[in-house]
Design a protein around this ligand. Sequence first.
Ligand code: B12
Length: 218
Amino acid sequence: MTDLARALRDLDEDKVLELVEEELKKEVSPLDIIAECHEGMAAVGDLFAAGKYFISDLMLSAEIMQNVMARLEPLIASLWDEEHMAGTFVIGTVSGDLHDIGKNIVVALLRSNGFKVVDLGVDVPAAKFVEMVRETGAKVLGLSALLSTTYPEMKKVIDALAAAGLREQVKVIIGGAIVNEEIRKMTGADAYAADAMTGVEFARKVYLKNKSGEAKTH
Ligand code: B12
């Protein structure tokens, strides 16, 4: 574990922000800094699961991470200035789930890559996803969930898209702390992502495919 990941795990905000500045000075990429923070947040989650941290600690970790993102987001925005690929991406955290730090990182990266992002926020009911996919004509939908109890919601959204006759129009990628191939299959999603960049690459492929007429997305 790096010093930065450890400082986040220990909820030492001053140290975290100091180390972020140090890394930026050394020209470490903001994406690598986010990856280190991600590791720290996972460690916070483990301590919570082990009964050593409480909900107030989870909240503090979220606050620290949001402050780190406030510093990094403008830098991310400047990373891909030359590369603009139009395309609409609808995203939200599913019903019953309030975690949005990871989703917000995905949103920032998509926007910096030239995608138009419709961010529906957290605790989004299945019907809202369906409505926005229909309204925007988006070809990619991203669903975020971090709780085991909210995975079934992802399936609900995908089933609702099918019932509305929209499943052929839109590719669905799911993301969040512990999604995997098994959960992808269970939900009927087209792909899963353990990090934000995978979501951007997926959207690129979908929109490229639509331009060139190729068939494969995963
Ligand atoms: C911070 C945090 C909170 C904060 C959230 C604040 C916020 N605004 O988001 C608060 C305090 C509110 C919270 C509440 C709860 N939490 Co919480 N939380 C966390 C914690 C520590 C970190 C999550 C985080 O922000 N990680 C950092 C980000 C950057 O990572 P990420 O979310 O995984 O996102 C990345 C990728 O997954 C991916 N990604 C994410 N979404 C998407 C979507 C798409 C489309 C794509 C492409 C990619 C993608 O890209 C991101 C960037 O790389 C996790 C621990 C963990 N292991 O994740 C627990 C954790 C998720 N929480 C947990 C629990 C139990 C809860 C509560 C039920 C606690 C309680 N008793 O009340 C509540 C539930 C509230 C609710 N209804 O949602 C458990 C879930 C266990 C489980 N398997 O179900 C965890 C795993 C902790 C644990 N080990 O026990 N939590």
